[in-house]
Design a protein around this ligand. Structure first.
Ligand code: ZN
Length: 346
């Protein structure tokens, strides 16, 4: 899961912990992990010592994050919180993408005049001129202020992130999202569903997979992609254009099962021989909303059953007959080579 550092004076709120949890829950609902400065509880001998530890921990979080969302609302005056401004600069210097929001998006001049009761004066009470480029904030970082409140800013950040990098992170065994039951997709025509399908296809292709299911990117929806082709991971796979199968189910299957090799993008480095039905008759809806009925046989039937299992929160290791059927990737490759030289398909 990509990480978003949540910068802002929210840490000074009387209910800072709850506010941090609220922001993190919102990040999670968009498929991102929120990092809130108060996640780091620091103790020390002196106040200075504690302060240094908090500073180091916050810097570490900024290094670890992919995106920073900063609250640059007026704080004790017309300007934002100085700690947040420092973090924005630090993150920008590290090449992180920074998005910010402010509850007051009047120009810096208007805001300063109003909040400091300066009337129409171009200078403050000390005679210092007020920056006036018609921007909401100081020109050094005004361009990153894109919204009035957190969720609007989060949506903009997520949209841009997905446009730049449509590939999604594949979650690994141990992540509880991989064990959740997927829900049926109700509206296939929704942009959100079509984007998800596209992201699944691109992620599957980029990972040299022959299939992927939405739960593998942490989305509990009944969508699987089958995209079989011969490749390094599956040298003998047949060709099948990347196809989305929405709300699939099996309505008939062969009596017998056959045991062959499988791997999974959520369990890299592990292969196992898994018994699967030789053929399955399935019903599903296409990404254009058309109801389809198909029989998959052999390797395609195997891909279907493997991906279908993901929709039930299962992985291929749940179906093995013996732990002796599990091997590591390196050994699998030598087994495949050996079978190939003997002339039979694995
Ligand atoms: Zn899998």
């Amino acid at each position: 899961m990509k990480k978003i550092y949540l910068a802002g004076p929210d840490v000074f709120l009387p209910n800072a912990i709850e506010e941090g949890q609220r922001l993190k829950a919102l990040c999670h609902s968009y498929g991102y992990e929120g990092l809130f400065p108060m996640d780091n509880v620091k103790t020390g001998q002196t106040l200075q010592n504690i302060a240094m530890k908090i500073q180091e921990a916050n810097k570490k979080m900024i290094h670890a994050c992919d995106i920073v969302i900063a609250n640059l609302s007026p704080f004790r005056g017309p300007e934002p919180d100085s700690g947040t401004v420092w973090e924005v600069g630090y993150a920008q210097a590290l090449g992180k993408t920074v998005f910010a929001y402010s509850h007051d998006r009047r120009s810096l001049k208007e805001k300063t005049q109003a909040l400091l009761n300066l009337g129409q004066s171009d200078v403050d009470s000390a005679g210092m001129s007020i920056e006036d480029f018609g921007l909401t904030h100081n020109l050094m970082f005004a361009s990153c202020v894109v919204a009035d409140h957190f969720e609007e800013c989060l949506k903009i950040a997520v949209e841009q992130d997905k446009r730049i990098n449509p590939l999604r992170e594949i979650i690994q065994l141990g992540n509880p999202l991989l064990r959740k039951l997927a829900h049926p997709v109700e509206d296939i025509t929704l942009n959100e569903t079509q984007t998800l399908i596209q992201e699944l296809i691109l992620t599957c292709q980029a990972s040299n997979g022959v299939g992927i299911a939405a739960p593998q990117i942490g989305v509990a929806k009944a969508i699987i992609i089958m995209a079989s082709y011969p490749n390094e991971r599956y040298p003998h796979a047949p060709m099948m254009e990347p196809t989305a199968l929405i709300n699939p189910h099996v309505h008939a299957h062969s009596k017998n099962k056959e045991k062959e090799w499988e791997g999974c993008l959520s369990l890299p480095g592990i292969r196992a021989r898994v018994p699967r039905y030789e053929w399955v008759d399935v019903r599903y809806t296409t990404r254009d909303g058309v109801a389809e009925e198909k029989r998959f046989e052999g390797f395609l039937a195997r891909i279907f059953q493997h991906e279908y299992d993901h929709l039930q929160g299962k992985v291929f290791l749940d179906n093995i007959e013996s732990t002796h059927d599990v091997v590591m990737e390196q050994e699998y490759r030598s087994i495949i080579r050996e079978i190939d030289t003997k002339g039979s398909l694995p």
